[in-house]
Design a protein around this ligand. Structure first.
Ligand code: FE2
Ligand code: FE2
Length: 344
């Protein structure tokens, strides 16, 4: 069995081999054969799973050496492809003589992996057994401030969206994806400044941001934002990013606690969303294709199934952020407590 790191290594070696060492004839032959099997596994906080994907070496624009080897004719062909979009007319390809083109991946059923924004080894099955009712009772002044700040933010949100939960989810995910990126960025800079390890927290927080952004990419498929909602996101992001950045600099303990409470509210919102779906007030449309691939869901999944897995993700974010705040409360730095990488 190959680990995720091993998979990526094999992948890199394969692409390098295709681009750098094969003659054109050999490379063409190699491209016609499925050459690598992937085994990935994830065992953190949930049952292990594994899957197999095939990768085909991407031979377009293979070069044997440096700039001298670049034939005028091939270069012109590649430029033409860049303009035409290659085989796929919807996708404008960049000129690839740098040898950085991504390999083509194939799913288990033989169809092409069509997502460039995430790869098969980044997908997972959501852990639906997580406790949704868990709550951190605010004890200190700072906890209470975080709790009531979140409660206060909920009031205008309820007023604006009312029971339009699809729209509400989409808009809130534009905010939810900010804290992980800001926290990850600040820990990254801290690690550089202090010449010290992060304990995995940079990766864990960036994973959270990416996971939240995938929630947004999913809900975008079922609800299209109106112009004034886009304007609202623009404004809210400008304010929230800077406020959270400052807040995290001043007190990461407070910042993580606040996100923990935000996630508790997110769980509540998605529970209300499910109720509306069950009452028939929101149509239970088929799950978007991106969701089926990202959460490895059955092909006949519906919007209700998507809301279930997203809610489970929010519960994981809640745990991670309350845990991070607790670490600070115990007078320790995050790097001293191993980060729950892959816990989402
Ligand atoms: Fe989310
Ligand atoms: Fe979340």
């Amino acid at each position: 069995m190959m680990t995720r790191g091993g998979t990526k290594l094999a992948n890199s070696v394969l692409v390098l081999a295709g681009h750098r060492f094969l003659s054109t004839a050999t490379a063409k032959a190699a491209s016609n054969t499925a050459v690598a099997g992937f085994l990935t596994e994830r065992t953190v906080g949930r049952p292990a799973w594994n899957t197999t994907f095939l990768v085909r070496s991407q031979i377009v624009g293979v070069r044997n050496g440096g700039t001298m080897a670049l034939g005028q004719k091939n270069e012109e062909e590649e430029k033409k492809k860049a303009v035409d979009g290659g085989d796929n007319k919807d996708e404008k390809k960049a000129v690839s003589y740098w040898g950085v083109e991504a390999p083509k991946l194939t799913k288990e059923d033989g169809t092409e992996w069509k997502w460039n924004c995430f790869r098969p080894w980044e997908t997972y099955k959501a852990d639906l057994s997580i406790d949704l009712k868990k709550h951190h009772a605010p004890a200190t002044f700072m906890d209470k401030l975080a709790f009531w700040t979140v409660k206060a933010l909920r009031w205008p949100t309820d007023l604006f969206f009312q029971r339009r939960y699809g729209c509400r989810a989409m808009m809130l995910e534009t905010v939810a994806a900010v804290p992980g990126m800001v926290g990850g960025l600040l820990l990254h800079c801290k690690s550089l400044r202090r010449f010290e390890h992060s304990g995995g927290w940079i990766k864990a927080l960036l994973e959270e941001a990416e996971n939240e952004r995938m929630h947004l990419m999913t809900f975008m498929e079922v609800t299209k934002p109106k112009w004034y909602e886009r304007a609202l996101v623009f404004t809210v992001q400008g304010v929230f990013f800077n406020a959270y950045f400052l807040g995290y600099l001043i007190s990461p303990k407070f910042a993580h606690r606040m996100v923990g409470y935000l996630e508790e509210e997110a769980i509540h919102s998605y529970t209300e969303f499910l109720k509306e779906l069950d009452k028939g007030n929101i149509e239970n449309v088929p799950a978007p294709a991106i969701a089926i691939d990202y959460w490895r869901m059955p092909p006949d999944s519906t919007l209700r199934d998507v809301v279930m897995v997203v809610r489970a993700d929010e519960a994981h974010h809640r745990d991670v952020n309350h845990f991070a705040s607790d670490v600070h409360y115990q007078g320790r730095e995050l790097r001293e407590a191993p980060a729950p990488i892959g816990y989402h």
